[in-house]
Design a binder for this molecule. Sequence first.
Ligand code: SF4
Length: 721
Amino acid sequence: MSLLITQVQVTIEEMPPNDNYNGYRDYRDWFPYQSFRPHQEEMLDRVQEVACSGEHRVLAIDAPTGSGKTSVIAPLLANRGGNKIVVALRTVSQIGVYLGEIKKIKRETGHSPSVAYLVGKHKMCKLSGEFDNVYAGCDLMKVFTMDVLEAKLNETMRRNNRSAQEYNVYDPETDPEIATEIADESPGYRTFCPYYLHSKEAYTNEGAKNFRPSKQAINDSKAILQEILYPEELRKRCTRTCPYEVMAISAKKADVVILNYNHVFDDAMRDALFDWLEINPENTILLVDEAHNLGDTVRSINSDTITLHVVEKAISEVNQVTGEKNRIVARSAGNILSRISTYMEKTRNRWQGRKQGEDWFDPGMFADFVFAGGGLARDDSQSIADLLKLAQNIKKQKQKSSESAEVFLERVSEFLFMLHLARRDSSYLPVKSMSDDQWLTLAIRSLDPSPVIAGIADTVHATILISGTLSPAAAYELYYFGKNGRVEILSIPNQFPKEKRLVLGAKNATTQSSYRNNPSNQRELELHISALIEGVLGNVAIYFTSYSMMDQYFDHCRRAAQESGKILYTEPKDARDVPDILKRFFESGSSDKKGVLLAVCGGKMSEGIDYYGEALKGAIVVGFPLAAFSEVQKLVNSYYQRKYGRDQGLFIAYTLPAVNKAIQALGRVHRSADETGVLVLCDSRFSRGGGLGVRQYLPQWMQDEMIICDGTWSRELVQGW
Ligand code: SF4
């Protein structure tokens, strides 16, 4: 009988892939729904084909909300072969969507995909409530805990009279005294992390002391691989071990590993993390969620900033350096730091009275000033290398004396390293900026994400980029990969019924600078705004191009809100106040007193928030949300114009982000097929093609459905809808 079972199992496992689908392993068997949405099958077929053939292919899917794009995980799982699927998320909020989809696959199809994730340490850490900064706090706790483990291992060897050359193990699970020591610790004043302690064991190997996952952590990781747990459930499940460590062990065996953008697109972090999780990039299928954010996020990951506060902290670290050898380097580091501080103070004083603003600074002049003590034979690279080495020594000293793991000299040194790059490479832009009339920041901004993104795509087995607003996709391809023809593009039509939306484009109104103060133009803008506030019987959002424009139209919006019996909500300055305002705005949507939200396109409330159901019944983008045409923006534009030519370069650097901000903001209204709403593109540039017009860059459904109207007709259309 057992022989028969074995033979049957072998037969099933060795079955060739279903050749009904050109030799691919048919994902329909992994698809957890009764039927496909329109175009979904076509999308999943393409994903299947790319995942199977590999060859570093890249597929970009532009699929509006409602297309069922999370289901791309099914063909990836069905066809991953020996590859691991790495899902890169921009925000931790998306993790539930993927876990939910994989859970459904497990429940509905009988397959057992395993998943691990390393996102949102603040949600996973058992001690998160005890730290201001969970990452820094955890780093320090781990160092302390390793010291405890090592001391315990030494004690075990001494007690058993054994040498380090022999094999010794200290496993906290078998230590009868450890429970008392843990109980003696006070929250907020711990000398080690009990969960990390139970996740590790220390051992000797040929005289060297090492650490490895404890049996308890391995058992926990095996258990959680059997099921799919949300972060809160995982936290509860790991009663003695660290959920983050347990997840990291699981990740080595999991079919799918969910990470954040930084883990994947920060070169240093990726190398370390992939190594730790035993992920071979060449055997990875990369799925990038919300890919319209990828370029800007990669640029930000590869940029660096310092403030006066950071420099002052670094000076204080250097002043505390001990040891004769270190003192010599510390003296020269102190000189460099104080010159940076002088440069920043002078810049700040020169900018007093200028509340906001940013400008380019010359990296050569900055380096001449900062490294001035080096004389003719100065060697900036060597000075930076010395600073980085000193920063490492300070880090070790801090860890020994139980201070925070953050080393400010390291941040300054890395900034100087980037500045050094910026002297030769125009894709790094040095920028000084001022906020609130007093805070000066020096930044080296990375302008071009394409070397990083293309480099990763050229390494992994295959890459799938998905987004609801990747329009126009060919421009994103150029921005992300530096050339056209590298990416296969699939654009899916909007699946929501067109009867559920009214799309209006302003005929004349514009926020173009030459018309901004023109009274009849202002009147037109106001008419469009009033038409939405007064005509829509529900919550509406008014998205402006800037905070100053929001102030300019504030009184008008308040009057219109009052006349229609609605409550006015305004995007707060402080991001911490957003949840409270959103909560009240959402409640308004289901009450008699509807709400009007004033916010900024590309601000805190126009992207990444799901305004479900009654929360939003209409939105208007007032003006075309171009970035301010500052000196810095001009330099960004020139970089891209040099790279891609005058028109294409300007489009990528300047116009594309504005188009995306507008589409994102209006995309808040329809989050499911049964929702209705009014969308207004209130700038004549949206309504026109050619010249300054951008209509041809909008998603096809928007172009097709847009009714071009003036403010008066806008009111009639909204009221009659
Ligand atoms: S080791 Fe785990 S439980 Fe301990 S502080 Fe770090 S994340 Fe938190």
